[in-house]
Write a protein that binds this ligand. Structure first.
Ligand code: ADP
Ligand code: MG
Length: 704
């Protein structure tokens, strides 16, 4: 956060107070290497050392408190496991116990019965009695001036403590660094005039005050400035890149709506589009007519009808003489798109092709020829479409389905496909992303939301059962099969425990075979270790209703459409993430009859997994689930954030600072509207700061 600075860029080994062990621990556990880095790690709370709490007023809490009390006794207790020191103190309002498990040799010498001390630490309650474990203490001196201000408290680790990098030492180091850089010496990329209009203190002031505020008000000023700083630059960077790219990248123009679109729209669609679908198509049409390249993200919950939107956009491209491609993350999904689109486009004069790694030899050659000659208008496939050997005659639109499986770098490859122009890009995802995340991760994309499901859909009913409820669940499944419905049974599979997970799945498969024996029942099984062709075969059996039950790992997570399936049974549901669970549930409830999602888990649940399961039972709303996911996991964990490296927030939070984020975004927009290239003198420092901070700005701009 702190801009380049000759003194602050130096190594922490400059700090005389630290020995090698401490320096190493700080490097490793705090990820801090320069003096400025150390200032960049802020306290996570403060203690008001001017206040004393009465023992009679104690309450259990996480806060550190101060007690002024007299020591009545201190003695060593040799317990079964561990020696400990126990002290009794009183302050006139009551008495309590202090405990130490370390420092047993020196603490008794430092404390004297009958004397008054200031004890400082966290209070815990044992039975009805309060105690403090490992309090800090100092003798109370009558008339001694109590320092004004709040004491910072930093997150620490065992390693840091063991190395002797205590809170005290840390404060000392930070004080020393700050003494060398008065507030005015720390450069501020946000100019004074901007600061004035925003009522923000300078960065230098904020850095001083965040560590050693003299009052709550000072602390709050510092927090406000730093939060603003983080979110403002996050947005400015994204918007700057977006505007630069827009300016540089002319797009092909789809100016007319022609036969392909109109005929299909009027004659072929068996249902009325939802208003949300119509709106999104309008947004796309506006983009592709603008003369600039479109980069749009379509967010829509599972089953919201994104494929239809994609198809209509591709027909629009065709009407304007351009080819399109539709890319899916798995072969199964790509094939399903291919089959349903070729079916629905039969007789319209729009030709659809298919390519994937498994299409080889003559068929591949022929397809490639048709694509390069422009005879295939819509090419559907897997990431094989990105290969160099796929050459279009005239590609105008690339659609990527279920984007979260596609790396950013792969998206960038698409750009190389175009001869004269970069095609318009449409990214579709069913993983709902909270708005703040969307602004951050996809802030450079324009976002459309399909926030409406087609009418007549019945809400999937979700229940949570423990493992011992399995017989009852199987009986339920049996009844659904009797009604002619099909069942998904899903097992978790993660890399780290793949072998165990597969064994688990095999076992479950055996159990199902026993309960649902052949030939009356047919069970398909699909997992990651199978050959692609076997997988497809098994999957196809299920799609064709030849099997009743599909046992699978999460390979079916994305996109498959089997409207006849009515039950999604998720085994070890506690091991899935929220958005994964939601995705899986979206595989059922695609027709008009009632569907069910059954979450099976063991009794042992962590607080988090319990909350995930109750969230699933409580709501079907993808956005609510995304918000809950963000709350539970924190944004650092959200898919894609880590590798994209976009989010590195210290004080602000995408969960709690929504309105500030919007405010910062608007401010960034205002600046860029006035000065799109940040060329004006008073914006120079902004540009320089971003250049220094984001490393290779050019690369960043190329990839969305
Ligand atoms: P997703 O957004 O998850 O990709 P799909 O495009 O697969 O959803 O659509 C799910 C199902 O809903 C499909 O069977 C599709 O034909 C149907 N569908 C799409 N739009 C509508 C609509 N407006 N009215 C009724 N059914 C629709
Ligand atoms: Mg889809």
């Amino acid at each position: 956060m702190i801009p380049k600075h000759a003194y602050l860029d130096q190594s922490i080994s400059l700090l005389a107070a630290l020995n090698d062990r401490q320096i190493n621990a700080v490097r490793k556990d705090l990820g801090v290497s320069s003096l400025g880095d150390l200032l960049d790690v802020f306290p996570f709370r403060y203690v008001d050392k001017t206040q004393f709490t009465n023992i009679s007023d104690l309450q259990e809490s996480n806060d550190l408190i101060q007690i002024k009390a007299t020591l009545s006794s201190i003695r060593e207790v040799k317990g079964k496991a561990k020696r400990r020191l126990v002290a009794q103190i009183f302050d006139g309002s009551g008495q309590m116990e202090l405990l130490w498990f370390q420092g047993i040799s020196w603490i008794p010498n430092a404390l004297e019965a009958g004397k008054t001390y200031i004890f400082f630490g966290k209070v815990s309650k044992y039975g009805s009695k309060f105690s403090m474990v490992h309090p800090e203490f100092e003798p109370f001196e009558e008339g001694k001036k109590i320092p004004v201000g709040l004491e910072p408290v930093y997150h620490s680790t065992e390693k840091l403590n063991k190395a002797g990098f205590t809170q005290k030492k840390r404060k000392k180091c930070i004080k020393q660094i700050l003494s060398k850089v008065p507030p005015t010496v720390i450069p501020d990329p946000i100019s004074e005039s901007y600061r004035k209009s925003l009522k923000l203190i300078s960065l230098g002031d904020a850095v001083h005050k965040i560590h050693f505020p003299k009052s709550i008000a000072e602390r709050d000023e510092a927090i406000k400035r730093i939060k603003f700083h983080e979110l403002f630059f996050l947005q400015l960077r994204i918007l700057f890149l977006k505007s630069r790219r827009k300016e540089q990248l002319k797009g092909v123009v789809f100016e007319k709506v022609g036969d392909a679109f109109m005929k299909y729209y009027n004659e072929k669609i068996p249902f009325e589009l939802t208003n949300a679908q119509k709106r999104v198509i309008k947004e796309v049409r506006r983009d592709v007519a603008s003369g600039f390249q479109m980069n749009r993200l379509i967010q829509g919950d599972v089953g919201s009808g994104k494929t239809m939107v994609a198809l209509l956009c591709m027909l629009l491209a065709k009407d304007n003489g351009f080819q399109s491609c539709l890319m899916a993350p798995t072969e199964i999904l790509a094939q399903q798109h291919f089959e349903s689109l070729s079916e629905t486009l039969k007789g319209t004069g729009v030709y659809v092709g298919y390519l994937s790694g498994s299409i080889k030899g003559k068929l591949r050659k022929e397809t490639l020829r048709l694509v390069s000659e422009g005879l295939i208008h819509i090419l559907i496939g897997t990431h094989a479409l990105l290969e160099d050997w796929v050459q279009f005659q005239n590609i105008g639109l690339a659609i990527i389905d279920e984007q979260h499986r596609f790396g950013v770098a792969q998206r960038a490859k698409l750009w190389a496909k175009a001869k004269a122009h970069i095609p318009h890009i449409l990214v579709m995802t069913a993983t709902p992303i909270p708005r703040t995340m969307a602004l951050t991760l996809y802030g450079d994309l324009d976002v459309s939301v399909i926030d409406e499901l087609p009418p007549g859909r019945k809400k999937v009913q979700t229940v949570h059962k423990f493992d011992n409820g399995r017989p009852e669940v199987y009986a339920f499944i049996e009844r659904e099969i009797e009604k002619g419905r099909q069942i998904y049974v899903v097992y978790p599979l993660i890399e780290e425990s793949a072998t165990l997970d597969l064994a688990n799945l095999e076992q479950g498969y055996e159990r199902l075979l026993q309960r649902f024996p052949r030939p009356a029942y047919q069970i398909s099984v699909v997992h990651g270790r199978m050959k692609a062709t076997d997988k497809d075969l098994e999957m196809q059996r299920f799609v064709n209703k030849e099997s009743h039950i599909l046992v699978a790992t999460t390979v079916i997570e994305v996109g498959v459409n089997v409207p006849n399936a009515s039950v999604m049974l998720i085994e070890n549901a506690e091991r899935f993430g929220l958005s994964q669970l939601h995705q899986l549930r979206g595989r059922v409830g695609r027709g008009n009859s009632q569907s069910y999602c059954i979450l099976l888990s063991s009794y042992k649940l962590t607080q988090q997994s319990r909350e995930r399961l109750t969230t699933m039972v409580r709501t079907n709303d993808g956005f609510e689930i995304a918000e809950a996911d963000l709350q539970l996991r924190g944004p650092g964990d959200m898919e894609g954030t880590q590798q994209s490296g976009v989010v590195n927030l210290r004080l602000s939070s995408l969960t709690h600072d929504k309105s500030l984020l919007e405010y910062c975004r608007n401010f960034a927009l205002t600046i860029l509207q006035d000065d799109p290239t940040l060329a004006k003198a008073h914006n120079q420092s902004l540009l320089e700061y971003m250049r220094a901070g984001s490393g290779n700005l050019k690369e960043w701009g190329r990839i969305s």
